[in-house]
Design a protein around this ligand. Structure first.
Ligand code: NAD
Length: 488
């Protein structure tokens, strides 16, 4: 069932959310949001200035102490109601994401379910913030540990998963008792606006969540990050921006969670179930048109099965229907913007120049919107850009290997360490490969591993900290150790 587009867009607040009210920017600047499938303007929002960002932090800092004292049960129930409301509004959220980001409706619905799970998971975790109590080893004191909210947080989200990237941060912050300034991506702010309204509808008190999105990200993050009232930044986005923010965070010694870029290896061993591996590759690569930090970027296939695997993968890839994601029959939507298409054109040209062969697709699609054909290239070698960089599009780039050691060394030959995948029917090999891969996430015979109950995050230049699972709540709490004299 799809919803009426105009009716959904009319429900999205167009202002900045500051202290519980949707308000205009003091600068009166605005921001247009474009549909990447058509190039049409979907909505015009207030664009936050430096002063708006400061006002948002004023609101968050102003209610922090009171919010921290709210009983955990109360915060849990707000999250539970938010879970129910997002689920009730599933079709509206899905339509918004497809309209502003391009993903097919079926995938947008999947993201609503996945994003809502963070609200449910953390509603359940809210009351389970245990500490510890024990006698000190010398017997003179008692050691008591308690969890406290970190304090006001700046949350910055990317455009590729407009709902899930917000719920993954907002839900644990609410659970811990932190207040927030959320800055969503300017390319896809509508979903976050409607989500913030949904949090208010669920009973979140004024000032706890403030939303300021605008044309200039640094104009918003700069004044907030240098303010001593801010205590944490949680960022999801590119490694280059993450590094800039880490440097800024150092000046104010902020707690940091950094969910950055990836360059996931996808290993197919000679003993793999090839049909299962092809299905896994479609999930790991084609989800979100390949615009995912966990997207299979370097597909490494054992030379003995490469020909058969390529044939099967090419056949599957040809089944994708490219078009406007609002059309229920479409399985591959547009890319986010023109520069993303241009980047893919350049990546494929570079691979061809260096000797790769295009087996499927390889071209942009002319006409309205930002479309690129599902593409498969073979004969890929390590000096090609498709190996070194995040492809962030529907391009499968296949390399071959001959031994397990070679596969592992190729897989680890990257500065990134987020997602990784391997397909093999040999369980001993699976454990060896898990030990050998330097990545925070490992899919063993599966092409999709995201789960609100699991800790998501990377190592090396893919960042630090974890979102989801019990670990996701720790990111928003500080441990206080109380030393209590033993009276006898
Ligand atoms: P981006 O780094 O360009 O932007 C991310 C966010 O940061 C946006 O809200 C943007 O407005 C903001 N931003 C940009 N420059 C800034 C600055 N100087 N100061 C403060 N904020 C700034 O990334 P993107 O293009 O939106 O997203 C794609 C990237 O995100 C990819 O590299 C992808 O791998 C990564 N990503 C990582 C995860 C993860 O969980 N590790 C998840 C999704 C996406």
């Amino acid at each position: 069932m799809t919803v009426n587009t105009a009716e959904v867009l009319a429900k999205v607040p167009t202002g900045l959310l500051i202290d519980g009210r949707w308000v205009d920017s003091v600068s009166n600047e605005t921001l247009d949001v474009t549909n990447p499938a058509t190039g049409e303007t979907l909505a015009t929002l207030a664009s936050a200035s430096e002063e708006d960002a400061r006002r948002a932090l004023d609101a968050a800092a102003g209610v922090q102490a009171k919010w921290a004292k709210t009983p955990a049960r109360e915060r849990a129930e707000i999250l539970r109601r938010a879970f129910e409301l997002v689920t009730e509004r599933r079709e509206e959220f899905a339509a918004l994401m497809t309209l502003e980001m391009g993903k097919p409706l079926s995938e947008a619905r999947g993201e609503v379910d996945y994003g809502a799970e963070y609200l449910r998971w953390f509603s359940e975790e809210t009351a389970r913030q245990y500490g510890n109590a024990f006698r000190s080893p010398d017997g003179t004191t008692n050691i008591i540990t308690r969890r406290k909210p970190v304090g006001p947080c700046l949350l910055i989200t990317p455009w590729n998963f407009p709902l899930a990237m917000a719920t993954r941060k907002v839900a644990p912050a609410v659970a811990a008792g932190c207040t927030m300034v959320l800055k969503s991506a300017k390319l896809t702010p509508l979903t976050a606006q409607y989500f913030a309204q949904t949090m208010m509808d669920a009973g979140l008190p004024a000032g706890v969540l403030n939303v300021v999105t605008g044309k200039s990200a640094s104009a918003i993050s700069g004044p907030v990050m240098s303010d001593s009232r801010l205590r944490k930044i949680s960022f999801t986005g590119s490694t280059s921006v993450g590094k800039t923010l880490l440097k800024q965070a150092a000046d104010n010694v902020l707690r940091t969670s950094m969910e950055l870029g990836g360059n996931a290896p996808f290993l197919v061993f000679e003993d793999a179930d090839l049909d299962q591996a092809v299905d896994g590759l479609m999930a790991a690569k084609m989800r979100n048109m390949g615009e995912a930090c966990t997207a299979a970027n370097r597909v490494l296939v054992h030379e003995d099965v490469a020909e058969e695997f390529i044939e099967k993968a090419a056949a599957k890839l040809k089944e994708f229907t490219v078009g406007n994601g609002m059309d229920e029959s479409v399985t591959c939507g547009p890319l986010i913007e023109e520069s993303a298409v241009e980047n893919l054109v350049a990546l494929v040209a570079d691979a061809k120049d260096k000797g790769a062969e295009v087996v499927v697709g390889g071209n942009r699609l002319e006409g309205d919107g930002f479309f690129f054909e599902p593409t498969l290239i073979t004969g890929v070698t390590p000096e090609m850009r498709v190996v070194k960089e995040e492809i962030f599009g529907p391009v499968i780039a296949i390399q071959t290997f001959s031994t397990e050691d070679e596969a592992l060394s190729m897989a680890n030959d990257t500065e990134y360490g987020l997602g990784s995948y391997a397909f093999t029917e040999d369980s001993d090999r699976l454990w060896r490969v898990a030990d050998g891969l330097e990545f925070g996430l490992f899919g063993a015979n599966v092409g999709a591993f995201s789960n609100a109950a699991a800790p998501f995050g990377g190592v090396k230049h893919s960042g630090m900290g974890r979102e989801g699972g019990a670990e996701g709540l720790d990111e928003y709490t500080e441990v206080q150790y109380m030393c209590v004299r033993n009276p006898y």
